[in-house]
Write a protein that binds this ligand. Structure first.
Ligand SMILES: Cc1cc2nc3c(=O)[nH]c(=O)nc-3n(C[C@H](O)[C@H](O)[C@H](O)COP(=O)(O)OP(=O)(O)OC[C@H]3O[C@@H](n4cnc5c(N)ncnc54)[C@H](O)[C@@H]3O)c2cc1C
Length: 359
């Protein structure tokens, strides 16, 4: 088999590279970051992510992940708490992404770190990728896994976009092993404990607004008495939150009338699930898995995209509904969850990929 090029070493690209290498394909993965780095992410991993990682040979508990057993939603004067109907975990992305890249190398993939692809194009039967240093790579198939970053010539359509923020914190009092959903004016946040202490505050804002860490804490605290209580005395570990703008929540790739059979889109380049409502990491791992299977079996990209779209359909729809509720009617959502925790558990289960929602 000819070489496969994978651009991007997040969960989607790494999963594809691991499975391609294990399937005896020659694979080169290019990741622009030279070393482990924090990423804007709530770091909540559900049973679908855990099962997909298990399938690759990575165990979340062995990586030091912290179990997350419950969820709580506090909006204004309404509040609800429920046990999650499945196992879930908190793990820093720097740890997860490094473990996946190490496994890709161990599986036999060639991994180029600290090298960015500046452009990629089709040349006859091949795909070519130019590295920013000038080197040229060639392969029979290209896996586009650049996450939220667009590759010149292959950008997703502009869909407006929200802003994602992440702020690691030291809290005055430890959090329970639960994810807290904290809507506030103009957005909503997720707060959960991190392994080894501290917490991760992650927010999805409807529009770009400059905010330093203290201003973000004040905004989230204003959303409910519970948020104010949890964040009282919190010490931000960064002067400004990490930010990513133009996040196209709800984006789903659609092939045009004459799609390239050798260009496989995965992860956030294929679909972007609303933050804190569904697991983007699980979907990225599923995309990497689907692309690797298709390439090894000689199935063209449009068939791979159709299969992946089918797998992601339910969580995309349910996470979209949940995110709309958090943005537009968070009090009503909290009230409904308080009156019927069973309904909250059912909704949480529906945001998982089919086949992965059991405890
Ligand atoms: C605010 C927010 C909160 C979130 N919370 C959660 C959560 O709690 N749980 C969850 O499961 N998901 C969450 N997500 C979603 C999740 O972070 C993404 O869906 C997931 O990271 C997608 O994986 P990926 O592999 O497609 O992309 P990424 O993880 O973004 O990886 C892409 C990689 O490609 C590299 N790259 C980019 N361009 C190039 C290039 N030209 N050349 C070489 N390398 C390149 C980047 O350096 C990066 O490492 C959240 C997202 C946001 C914005």
């Amino acid at each position: 088999m000819t070489e496969v090029l994978v651009i991007g070493g997040g969960p989607a690209g790494a999963a594809a590279a691991i499975l391609l290498a294990r399937g005896r394909a020659r694979v080169t993965l290019v990741e622009r970051e030279a070393a482990a780095r924090e990423k804007v992410c709530g770091e909540f991993l559900g049973p679908d992510a855990a099962a997909l990682l298990d399938g690759l040979g990575l165990s979340l508990p062995a990586l030091g992940a912290l179990p997350i057993e419950g969820a709580r939603l506090a909006a204004g004067r309404h509040e609800a708490g429920w046990r999650l109907p499945f196992g879930a975990w908190s793990l820093p992305r720097a740890v997860l992404d490094e473990a996946l890249l190490a496994l890709a190398i161990e599986s036999g993939a060639k991994v180029l770190r600290g090298a960015a692809v500046s452009t990629a194009w089709r040349d006859g039967a091949d795909w070519c990728a130019r590295l920013s240093g000038g080197d040229l790579l060639r392969g029979g198939a290209l896996v586009l896994a650049t996450g939220k970053h667009e590759l010149r010539g292959h950008a997703r359509p502009k869909l407006g976009g929200a802003v994602g923020l992440k702020l690691p914190l030291q809290l005055a009092a430890p959090l329970p092993e639960a994810v807290m959903l904290l809507p506030f004016r103009g957005g909503y946040a997720g707060l959960q404990p991190r392994p080894g202490g501290g917490a991760n505050l992650c927010a999805a804002l409807q529009r770009v607004e400059a905010a330093d860490s203290r201003a973000l804490l004040a905004r989230v605290s204003a959303g409910s008495a519970r948020a104010a209580e949890l964040l009282r005395g919190a010490e931000p570990l960064l002067p400004r939150p990490m930010a990513v703008a133009g996040v196209p929540y709800g984006f789903r790739h659609r092939d045009g009338p004459s799609p390239d059979p050798g260009l496989y889109r995965v992860g956030d380049q294929f679909a972007v699930v609303p933050s804190l409502a569904g697991d983007g990491v699980a979907m990225a791992l599923a995309g990497g898995e689907e692309a690797a299977r298709a390439i090894l079996a000689g199935r063209p990209a449009p068939a791979c995209h159709a299969a992946l779209d089918h797998r992601l359909d339910r969580p995309m729809r349910w996470a979209g509904l949940l995110a709309r509720g958090l943005d537009r009617a968070p009090g009503a959502l909290a009230l409904a969850a308080r009156l019927s925790p069973a309904l909250a558990r059912l909704a949480a289960a529906q945001t998982r990929m089919p086949g992965f929602s059991a405890a």
